[in-house]
Design a protein around this ligand. Sequence first.
Ligand SMILES: *Cc1c(COP(=O)(O)O)cnc(C)c1O
Length: 459
Amino acid sequence: MKIQKRSWAEPYKMKMVELLRMTTKAQRIKAIKEAGYNTFLLKSDDVYIDLLTDSGTNAMSDRQWSAFMLGDEAYAGSKSFFHMEDAIKENYGYKYIVPTHQGRGAENILSKVLIKKGDIIPGNMYFTTTRLHQELAGGKFYDIIIDEAHDPTNEHPFKGNVDLNKLDVLVKKYGAKRIPYVSIATNVNMAGGQPISMDNLKKLRAYTKKQGIRIIHDMTRVAENAYFIQQREKGYERISIKKIVKEICFYTDGATMSAKKDALVNIGGFMATNEWDVFEEARNLVVVYEGLHTYGGLAGRDMEAIAVGINESLDDHHQHARVGQVEYLGQKLQSYGIPIVKPIGGHGIFVDAKAFLPHLTQDEFPAQALAAEIFIDSGVRTMERGIVSAGRKANGENYYPKLELVRFTIPRRVYTQAHMDVVAESAAAVFERRENIKGLKLIYEPKYLRFFQARFEKK
Ligand SMILES: *Cc1c(COP(=O)(O)O)cnc(C)c1O
């Protein structure tokens, strides 16, 4: 018999564990009702396996924890800032760095510096906080991702790619002067953790260079994107993730980063730019919104942990195990016939709630309802990525996104394969009784980023 060797087991072992509270179904029904059927409003003590997000929920390594103890908590000129700055410059290649408390802090500052009222921001699919900051700064976001990205069944290997024709239409219509930058996310979150190819990025660079338009890189998941390039793109099979990441960054002019994802920490972020003028202005603004330009809302220890985390995130074995675990869950869900976005993405599985609950209209919030049902079944917490997350347009109308998804996001280095089995079996149990699942109605809606705090009732 030929033995197939499993090649992605975790390149680490445990030396501390966090105990979980086990709950009964009756307790969970009460908890989700009290949370207004919004998994964001659950108390984490009521959650067994928390797949709400991969943001800030990663397990830090022994090296990161020991770096914590070396944090320099000086108000100004902390040496921890310079450690973080060195790690960013060395691994990503950007010239000037402004630390922020997390990704949206960087988005706020960058948008304020680069966007004027009436500007157009093309991007490879929107992200909630990114688009909101662009809009608050007076810009308007246009989606220029390839059509395949909006089709959950399409198996295109690089669904994060830009459709250059869509960009060209915008440039011809509005003129390059009204486009301060193209907003490019690596491993596009809202498309299901789908990568952009190096080839596409190179072509985009050539086009934008000719037009004099910047590329700003939302590099929150750049290492996971690099892993897919290594696995799928010709010519990159033998190139390390570290090198691929640096090449991706090289084709862009600046970046915003939520270090809470790829960089394996619980809090932190930064803005990066290669332009001195942009840096100067951002460095002035950061003092207003975040903190001094050498800490930007972070403690010295946070910056130390980011410096170590960036290096760990670029390790090939780490990414193989990370994405391998996501793939494991995705394949298991598929084996039960559960419709998911394909190909399987980098940071989570996105279940297609429209296909799962075809008897519900989008106004009955199928993804929101499904996330609540899965919680009731097993205490597994997932989140809605559909009409609730998409929010409303400036004129008050709902956005109706094509995708109505429930996101099972996997924190890095936190859960075991047995946990993944529990998750898949729970989703399968809900799938079996899907016809009896009712929709929801909205009873409270906050003005901004409504998905965080909206409340619902069963129909
Ligand atoms: C999380 C995230 C952000 C925002 O970062 P925060 O740290 O949550 O403020 C921006 N872009 C993408 C793609 C993200 O996933």
